[in-house]
Design a protein around this ligand. Structure first.
Ligand SMILES: Cc1cc2nc3c(=O)[nH]c(=O)nc-3n(C[C@H](O)[C@H](O)[C@H](O)COP(=O)(O)OP(=O)(O)OC[C@H]3O[C@@H](n4cnc5c(N)ncnc54)[C@H](O)[C@@H]3O)c2cc1C
Length: 401
């Protein structure tokens, strides 16, 4: 289903996403949930995904996408695909090979040489590759100014010391974006951004977090202990952080979020739509077989309300993506859709569970799984409260950086 008329080239993208979701993501996601952990990086599905050109397409979208004139549809394509993928399985969707949030970050602050060095390998289809994004720390989540991972210049390289938490796909990543500080007293002005291969000595083996849902991808914590990286792994180079560009590191994260938050919000819509359609089918089935559903009229009213809010959520994502596609400031629109969609999706899962009664709460029911999967969407890439703070700052024209 698509909620808006699409040009033919997007219809095709949407149909492919639906096919992949139905054929691969749903069954693999259920299997991962049952086994309590992700499929290994050498699972044939990931190799197929790389072979098929889908991984390279995601890197190509970063390289030629919204910040360049070449592709005016990259962000809307992403929103459409992520909504559909999450409809089938959000955990598997996040596990897909590609640069992930590392892509927009490298594009936001990396030099052309670094874009080539870190993103071009993803164009090669010979094996699946992942990248990861490490901002969160045990002592710094929403308040990124508090990150305490230290970076110190050492000869022509840098030495990193600290700890990162909740870093998705990091155990299988070729490189991880690491936000560190030259001096935690400087707040955001002290931030520096590195691309660090986990094979670097001092990058400790990631320890998997035990998540409530989303078993199909790894989220892990790790430490950096005297981890030495070459100078060219500092994204943008030292010149990118001088004078009035001191906050370039922090701004690169905000720019990356501007691109990625509409996709995260669309994933919430996708899970919500799955739960909503499931509940609708349940009601229709019961109606046609004559089994009475208590408070029938009231339930139809609430389903109608859910449908309206999910459509609104999708349109908010679409608007933010359209702004990104046209190189317009999209921070406000990105925060609006990210603030709006996850609670709507959570409510859709809750409503489905309520309508289905005991059938919804059973541990082998899809609704029960969606209920576990959906909650994190309000946390990742900035919580709902943080989005509302960003929105109010935009509306009142308060400084945002
Ligand atoms: C499944 C999953 C995957 C993740 N993947 C990644 C990843 O790949 N990379 C990464 O860097 N991080 C990742 N994260 C971490 C995520 O970005 C953080 O959980 C998020 O930023 C919130 O930080 P926190 O959990 O430390 O909560 P806190 O920042 O401690 O917040 C706790 C509560 O306080 C509220 N709060 C905080 N500050 C304010 C304020 N100023 N005003 C009002 N309310 C406030 C928050 O909204 C929240 O409700 C992931 C998290 C999850 C759950």
């Amino acid at each position: 289903m698509s909620w808006i008329p699409l040009p033919d080239h997007l219809e095709e993208v949407h149909a492919k996403a639906r096919w992949m979701g139905q054929t691969h993501l749903r069954p693999l996601g259920l299997a991962a949930d049952a086994q309590g952990g992700p499929h290994p990086p050498d699972h044939p599905f990931y190799q197929w995904y790389a072979d098929s050109g889908l991984m390279s397409a995601s890197a190509e979208a970063d390289l030629t996408g919204d910040r360049h004139a070449g592709d005016r549809w990259a962000s809307r394509r992403m929103v459409l695909t992520m909504e559909e993928h999450a409809y089938w399985d959000r955990g598997m969707a996040v596990s897909l090979p590609g640069p992930g949030l590392g892509g927009p970050t490298v594009m936001a602050i990396g030099t052309p040489a670094q874009q080539e060095q870190f993103l071009h390998p993803f164009l090669d289809r010979s094996r699946p590759r992942w990248a990861a994004f490490g901002m969160t720390e045990p002592g710094a989540g929403s308040d990124v100014a508090r990150i305490s991972t230290r970076c110190k210049k050492d000869g022509d390289g840098w030495v990193l010391n600290g700890a990162k938490a909740f870093c998705s796909n990091s155990p299988r990543a070729d490189w991880v974006i690491i936000y560190a500080t030259i001096d935690s007293g400087l707040g955001r002005a002290g931030h520096r951004v590195f691309a660090v291969p986990p094979s670097t000595p001092g990058f400790t083996t990631p320890v998997l977090e035990k998540k409530m849902g989303l078993k199909a991808y790894e989220t892990a914590s790790f430490s950096l202990e005297g981890c030495r990286v070459p100078g060219d792994h500092l994204l943008g180079g030292e010149a990118a952080y001088v004078d009035d560009r001191a906050k370039a590191g922090f701004k690169s994260a905000m720019k990356a979020f501007e691109v990625s938050r509409p996709g995260m919000a669309a994933m919430a819509v996708g899970i919500g739509r799955a739960a909503y359609e499931h509940a609708l089918a349940f009601v229709a089935d019961n109606y046609s077989t004559g089994r009475p559903i208590p408070r029938y009229r009231r339930i139809l009213d609430r389903l109608g309300d859910m449908d309206r809010r999910l459509r609104a959520g999708f349109l908010l994502c679409w608007k933010a993506a359209t702004l990104n596609d046209h190189n317009q400031p999209a921070g406000l629109a990105a925060s609006i859709c990210k603030a709006y969609a996850p609670p709507v999706a959570l409510e859709a899962c809750s409503l489905a569970m309520e309508i289905m009664g005991d059938a919804g709460i059973r541990a082998d029911s899809l609704v029960e799984k969606w209920f576990r999967d959906v909650k994190a969407l309000d946390l990742v890439e900035g919580t709902g409260q943080i989005q509302r703070l960003v929105i109010s700052r935009h509306l009142l024209d308060f400084p945002r950086n």
